[in-house]
Design a protein around this ligand. Structure first.
Ligand code: HEM
Length: 408
């Protein structure tokens, strides 16, 4: 029986996704070995073969290619895995409404345009002082409680939840509930029934948030979308859901795994402590080096497309293996080294092309302020357990640590 996650995204063989606990920042060893053999590969199970792209140039070609579809819910592969009846029950229209990361032009363009009107530089600039406050309040709580502390629940998980709550205009009285529901999304090894329950509760929360914004608009993205666009209520709730799902576990995992990586690279950490203005550069390098979209970014060909000499036939699935692409030696010098002062390198950690991450500026602000303040407030920060004892998410599509015990 296939679950929804597996239908939307091919489950790659373990050797291509499971990282070694002794080198938790590096891609799975099988993936690194494969990228040494060329930019495009045929992998996967015999009954579910996929193309895997590990080269930087080829990855950009696939992600910029209009003949490649992002509709992972209705791809030939997805439809072949379950009966039409089950497919319809697993992905009812209300589940698909507003989920524009799965749409192609022209539907995708309609949403992206509507959202671009809200995700402006000005809004990001206005949000920055609020994010500073959120980070400071969180670190006050960490300092008051510890040492030791677990940076996952105490720092990495609440920050993006509060930042996205701010973006969506969640009322102060509802923040606790919003945080609880968001944190529950990370419990990806919870029983399926519990996961379904959590996501439908969250959907209800978003539906009522949209009703509240229609009634009493504020200065937030949802109110702006409700006021300035023709998006329906279902679509607005779907957009809110997507922003949270796409933005929360990614940013949370980057914060925790990023802190872990810095603590395990004392020379790089020292550079950053000596020159705090490097933090923005360090964030880009951590995005590249850690590449948390561990299972990659999937597409399927609508027509035959030639990529890196391989012909991807209409209907076939292709996965851009971000962890390998971001370590492509033709593109990055000494790709397996973390260098916080590396000259800006073009990575695909936020994707590329029309679906390139809509929330990347917000994510950058949260990470920049988060890392800068963490290091400033806790100058003697260190891991409280040996590297091998830090538990990581192994089989998840977004890679990261489950907990991160620190002291100072
Ligand atoms: C799309 C990564 C944070 C919202 C994407 C994509 C990637 C990505 C790789 C492309 C998916 C594809 O091509 O199919 C990340 C990472 C983040 C992050 C690594 C944190 C470090 C955020 C945040 C938000 C967000 C904070 C919103 C608040 C979105 C949305 C899309 C997207 C809405 C879909 C865009 C589209 O289809 O046009 N993200 N993201 N992301 N991201 Fe992010």
């Amino acid at each position: 029986q296939h679950d929804a996650e597996e239908i939307m995204h091919p489950r790659l063989p373990a050797e291509l996704i499971e990282r070694d606990s002794r080198s938790p920042f590096d891609p799975a060893s099988g993936l690194t070995a494969l990228s040494g053999q060329g930019p495009v590969h045929r992998v996967g199970r015999a009954d579910d073969p996929v193309w895997l792209v590990t080269g930087h140039e080829e990855a950009r070609t696939v992600l910029a290619e209009p003949r490649m579809s992002a509709d992972r819910i209705n791809s030939p592969r997805a439809r072949s895995l379950v009966s039409p009846e089950l497919h319809a029950r697993m992905f009812p229209p209300e589940r698909q409404a507003g989920s524009f990361v799965f749409m192609d032009a022209p539907e995708h363009t309609r949403f992206r345009r509507a959202l671009a009107g809200q995700f402006t530089m000005r809004r990001m600039r206005d949000l920055t002082p609020r994010i500073h406050e959120i980070v400071t309040t969180r670190l006050d709580a960490v300092v008051e409680k510890g040492p030791p502390a677990d940076l996952v629940p105490d720092f990495a998980v609440p920050l993006p939840s509060l930042a996205i709550g701010e973006l969506l205009g969640v009322a102060p009285g509802d923040r606790d509930e919003f945080q609880r529901r968001t944190a529950a999304l990370l419990h990806r090894d919870a029983p399926v029934e519990e996961q379904i329950g959590n996501s439908s509760e969250l959907n209800r929360f978003m539906q009522s948030l949209v009703r509240a914004k229609k009634r009493d608009p504020g200065d937030d993205v949802l109110s702006g979308l409700a006021r300035d666009t023709d998006l329906t209520r279902n679509e607005l709730a779907g957009v809110a859901n997507l922003l949270l799902i796409a933005g929360h576990s990614t940013t949370a995992n980057m914060l925790a795994l990023g802190a872990f990586a810095l603590l395990e690279h004392p020379e790089e950490l020292a550079k950053l402590r000596d020159a705090p203005e490097l933090v923005e550069n360090a964030v880009e390098e951590l995005l590249r080096y850690l590449s948390i979209i561990n299972m990659g970014i999937a597409r399927h060909a609508k027509e035959d497309v030639v990529v890196g000499g391989a012909t991807i036939r209409a209907g076939e699935t292709v996965v851009v293996a971000a962890p390998a692409v971001n370590r492509d030696g033709d593109r990055h010098d000494d790709p397996h080294r973390l260098r916080v002062d590396r000259p800006r390198s073009h990575h695909v950690a936020f994707g590329h092309g029309v679906h390139q991450c809509l929330g990347q500026q917000l994510a950058r602000v949260v990470m920049t302020v988060g890392f800068a303040e963490l290091l400033r407030r806790l100058p003697t920060l260190q891991l409280a357990v040996p590297l091998e004892e830090v538990a990581v998410w192994t089989e998840m599509s977004v890679y990261g640590v489950r907990d991160l015990q620190v002291r100072w």
